[in-house]
Design a protein around this ligand. Sequence first.
Ligand code: PMP
Length: 405
Amino acid sequence: MKNISEIRSDFPILSEKVYGQPLVYFDNGATTQKPEIVINKLNEIYRKFNSNIHRGVHALSDMASEEYEAAREKVRSFINADKKEEVVFTPGSTGSINTIAFSFGEKFIHKDDEIIISTLEHHANIVPWQMLCERKGSKLKIIPVNDNGEILLDEYYKLLNRKTKIVAVTQVSNALGVKVPVKEIVEAAHSANIPVLIDGAQGIQHAGTDVKKEDFDFYVFSGHKIYGPAGIGVLYGKEKWLSEIPPYQGGGDMVENVTFEKTTYGSLPFKFEAGTTNFPSAIALGTAIDYVTLTGREYITELENDLLSYATNRLSAIEGLKIYGNSPDKISTISFLLDGIHMYDTGMVLDKLGIAVRTGTHCAQPVMERMGINGTVRVSMCFYNTREEVDALGEGIEKVIRMFE
Ligand code: PMP
């Protein structure tokens, strides 16, 4: 196993300074930093074999296509999908959810049908469904949460009925860090033959997934949240669903035969990959997956759990600091507010100390409203963070309190 300084030296940006202070990067929920091998991979692609995939007969195009398909295989194995055909590259979690909301919606959702989501959802797992409801006259039903941001399963069970056509929930709340009981959600939906989409944008980084074991119908995530580049994401879908639903976008590479009279679509997964995809980022996502696999998922979880409990103890000891999302089942994210001090003031002072946190609603306005607040300061840690950085955060927060006293 690599020790923490070896891990940190894999990420060049972590030795940067901000305002002359060592960078403390606690905004991993928004995006993660990239290990050198991912940066080098992008460099290698553009220097050595950049060429459009699935197009040419020439050597470079062959190489790019092979690497792209090899990256798809890495994703398949990483999430334990049955087949490569079930792994679609998209621009990100948002792109993947929009694809399903459109394509599944076109085929299976009609007037008065119901779609279940939860109070915890990121806007990316709310708005595409609302747009679908507007198009089709269907209805959105919301699973409520308790004051700690935990899903109320009994309320969920009551929402399921014959009109429910799909359930779409996040694996983990991005705003609070609370995990969602996806196993129970899937079991109940499946007992009524209702498919489930899991938004793994946060879950993929901290918990990973086994889509086969968990029996997810759709699972989505973004490359940039798992140490890969931005602009690439994944839509996993069971073959039976992906083959039944229509494509989301039309264009090159997703077709079998085109005439002005009739076009036939390509096979899976290409039917959902219209146009030139972000193939360099897809290839480099494969490298990021190699990095996570080599570092060890269990080791990553161990490091992150240690950080979570250390930081929870440190921050809870600060008078006037309130943590939102107090649940025993969390990823290494802590959302908090300081009594009488605006979150932006907190975030701005921390920034001047070189500490990057996120402030605001975290694109999850409904859950903030449920908590009765306008937003929080979010500290989202990952395995390359350290206890020393948590100490620096604790001292920074104490400084904020002294300044605004
Ligand atoms: N869902 C969740 C839970 C997220 O945290 C995010 C990103 N913050 C998204 C969806 C959207 O991801 P992207 O912007 O990469 O498409």
